[in-house]
Design a protein around this ligand. Sequence first.
Ligand SMILES: [Zn+2]
Ligand SMILES: [Zn+2]
Length: 281
Amino acid sequence: MIFGAHMPTRGGVPSALREGRRIGCGVVQLFAKNNLQWTGQPYSLEVIADFAQESAAGAFTAVFAHAGFLINLGAPGGPNRQKSIDSLIHELQLAESLSLPFIVLHPGSHLGKGETRGLRAIAEGLDMVIASTPDSSVRIALENTAGQGSSLGGQLIHLAELFEQVKTPERLGLCLDTAHFFEAGHPVHTPEGWNKIMDETDRTIGLENVLAFHLNDSKTPFGSKVDRHAGIGEGQLGLEAFRHMVNDPRFEHTPGCLETPKSADLHEDMENMARLRSLLR
Ligand SMILES: [Zn+2]
Ligand SMILES: [Zn+2]
């Protein structure tokens, strides 16, 4: 696995890459816009050029985005449905302008309408977004979730169902979060549990669709369905749990991105990456 972390964009998107290079990231995840707003501004040509330059300077294996947190494609109706679709289209356009290969998306919450209707709503929403960006090369990497509340994606079958229902599944991908697996009740902290869920992923969706991992420890216990990230080895998964994950030969070149608590100087990210590297055989 190639390690890196989610980098803050306080100083703009190019500064996220500068910071990533400074602390030794092999991969960088960032928000293409404010993650708590529906829309942002298109990038100026200057920012796009600066970003491209920083990207080359950092020689990253991958730079990708995480979609904003307001987007919910899982609720069939409601005032936020169209806003969610428009916002995701906007995110794809921003990602395209930065030449990012994919954007990570939480599938969505059904808000009481049930799993079947929720998954149908997500697939239809994805179809609309993809139909509105026909020439885009940006893929949408669906992330597994902790299964909190009515959120979908806690079970692999949800993600497999979306690959099945979406008209152009080649525009989709997967981003697998270790803490979310654990919190949703998948025992990825044991080699057997890890292999079982990876084999299931391969059978139902195909491991070639795994575009990235999120490497997070969990503050909450196994099966809690509550999503709280902890530093590597500082949570309920524990350091040893990451040994079989980061050494899985199937993912030698796959991005493994931290989304763990950090302060402004990012020293925690450096420590967490050092811990992960110490596990590599
Ligand atoms: Zn996420
Ligand atoms: Zn994540």
